[in-house]
Design a protein around this ligand. Structure first.
Ligand SMILES: [Zn+2]
Length: 517
């Protein structure tokens, strides 16, 4: 009798497990099928990157993006909201047009920096000057009146527009070594000279502006063919523009050879006062444990030299597509699945830090956070983030992902927590198990990250699709996991640099009133 009961019980266990396994496979199958046969990635990518454009904090385009995401989620039957967490200086980019008008006419490739003050409608025309070599700040101050009415070139002219990999392929070893040595010496001399002025990259443009310069011309080469990084301006009244290496170098040489080149710059922009900043949040409510959360995370903002396609348009697409798929394949999750499209990551993880600070009960209920923010490539690295038991659960979840996706993924357990870099750091600092889904580079650091070439054509949709499948399956597995995940922290190693024990990061407050200085 006892034996019989126990046999029946065993049979029951086996069959219910089999049933669950079958359901589980069905959900995963549906996820893969929906992602491959009904992908929305190309459409979403086109609407976001080509239609809305770059998403600099404080711009109308950032607000348009939040409204667009809200509408998308609602159209998929996923309740969404735009949560205000702060305010920022409002600004809108207008036309940038830069021409050399003397000693000959040539249209140049360049753009105003983010937050650059506007030129008058008709633009400004003036002669270019370069910084002198000075031995101290007094000598620099004595030189400063020379900039009155001039455009000042403040970047070092690069000796070559060919990236190192191109030299490596074609130059003789001797010639490559010589170039690198000369460039190093030039860079060091440039750095020292700027130091001698007593100013730095923030204060130099402001000093030039005060001395009567009519514009700042810079060039921040990103070490690839035709690619520059485009950040923010420090001037308050006069425009700051970035020129691509080829044009910048040509003008610099013309100044040095005494040709007195002149530019005509039209850099229109609008100051819009203080504007609110948001995170877009959408949720599929948990049916069994609604107060526990699986969070899909990707910052929504970008710099605005390109259209923010790989930083972080692709992370955004991964999370939106994963949510859309989950709503179809797994509409009644055990735990709540929440997606956060954070604002102002680029200025210091501000949107996610605000969310963590404002929602302690959600952070407390976190089962897992999955963040993606380093380009368009397929995920090849996942770290346990310093959570001691992360291998136990993350390892199990990854096991359910198709081998062709996980085969390339290198895992590190327990790993160490991040000190910044992207929004998962905001959650790790608060003790919530948060993980970075880290991508294959596709030349991210030189060619797309914060550059004028971060555009739709750089997206590798097959890899992004791969990441959407991975994310959706991880979210599903994390939601179904029998227990709440352990948050036990690993003891961190001794720092090589300081010789002291590394400590876990602690939560930091966001900037909630940005761009006001
Ligand atoms: Zn990013």
């Amino acid at each position: 009798m006892i034996k019989k009961t126990s046999l029946l019980f065993t049979l029951f266990l086996v069959s219910s497990f089999a049933l669950w396994a079958q359901d589980k496979d069905a959900v995963i199958e549906t996820i893969i099928q929906e992602a491959t046969e009904n992908s929305q990635l190309e459409t979403l990518g086109h609407q976001l990157m080509d239609g809305i454009g770059p998403r600099l904090v404080g711009t109308p385009q950032m607000k348009n993006a939040h409204d667009w995401a809200f509408t998308k989620y609602e159209s998929w039957g996923i309740p969404a909201r735009n949560e205000q967490w702060g305010e920022w200086k409002g600004w809108e980019r207008g036309i940038s047009h830069i021409d050399m008008v003397h000693p000959r006419v040539q249209s140049l490739r360049g753009t105003q920096l983010a937050w650059s003050p506007s030129t008058p409608k008709k633009g400004v025309t003036a002669e270019l000057v370069v910084l002198p070599m000075v031995s101290d700040s007094l000598e620099f101050v004595n030189w400063l009146p020379n900039v009155k009415g001039k455009l000042v070139m403040i970047s070092m002219p690069q000796p070559t527009g060919r990236p190192d990999y191109n030299w490596e392929e074609f130059a003789t070893e001797k010639s490559f070594e010589k170039m690198k040595k000369e460039r190093e010496e030039q860079t060091e001399a440039w750095r020292k000279n700027i130091g001698n002025t007593g100013l730095d990259r923030r204060t130099l443009p402001v000093a030039l502006e005060k001395a009567g310069a009519v514009g700042i011309v810079a060039s921040y080469w990103s070490r690839g063919f035709g690619v520059n990084k485009i950040f923010g301006a420090y001037t308050k009244e006069i425009p700051t523009v970035d020129l691509e290496l080829e044009d910048y170098g040509m003008l610099y040489r013309l100044v040095e050879s005494g040709q007195k080149p002149q530019l005509h710059i039209v850099a229109e922009s609008k100051e819009l006062g203080k504007v609110p900043t948001f995170n877009t949040i959408a949720e599929i409510k948990g049916s069994e444990k609604p107060e526990e959360y699986v969070i899909l995370s990707a910052h929504f903002d970008s710099w605005d030299g390109g259209t923010g396609a790989t930083d972080n348009g692709t992370g955004t697409l991964v999370m939106m597509e994963a949510m859309r798929i989950l709503k179809k394949a797994y509409p009644n999750p055990k735990r709540t699945i929440l997606v956060g499209h954070w604002g102002s990551e680029e200025q210091g993880l501000n949107g996610s830090r605000a969310f963590v600070e404002d929602n302690p009960e959600i952070v407390e209920g976190v089962q897992a956070v999955f963040n993606q923010d380093n380009g368009t490539g397929r995920v090849v690295r996942i770290s346990g983030g310093g959570f001691l038991d992360s291998y136990d659960y993350l390892g199990k979840w990854l096991h359910e992902v198709p081998r062709e996706i996980t085969d390339e993924i290198e895992t590190t357990f327990p790993g160490t927590p991040a000190r910044g870099g992207s929004d998962y750091a905001s959650f790790q600092a608060a003790g919530a198990p948060a993980f970075s889904l880290s991508s294959l580079s596709w030349s991210y650091w030189n060619y797309t990250w914060h550059t004028n070439r971060d555009t739709y054509d750089k997206i590798i949709f097959d890899d992004v699709r791969n990441n959407a499948i991975l994310t959706a399956i991880l979210a599903y597995m994390a939601s179904e996991h029998p227990e709440k995940t352990s948050r036990e922290k690993a003891v961190l190693p001794i720092s090589n640099r300081t010789g002291e024990q590394l400590e876990w990061p602690s939560p930091r407050s966001p900037e909630r009133n940005g761009g006001q200085n």
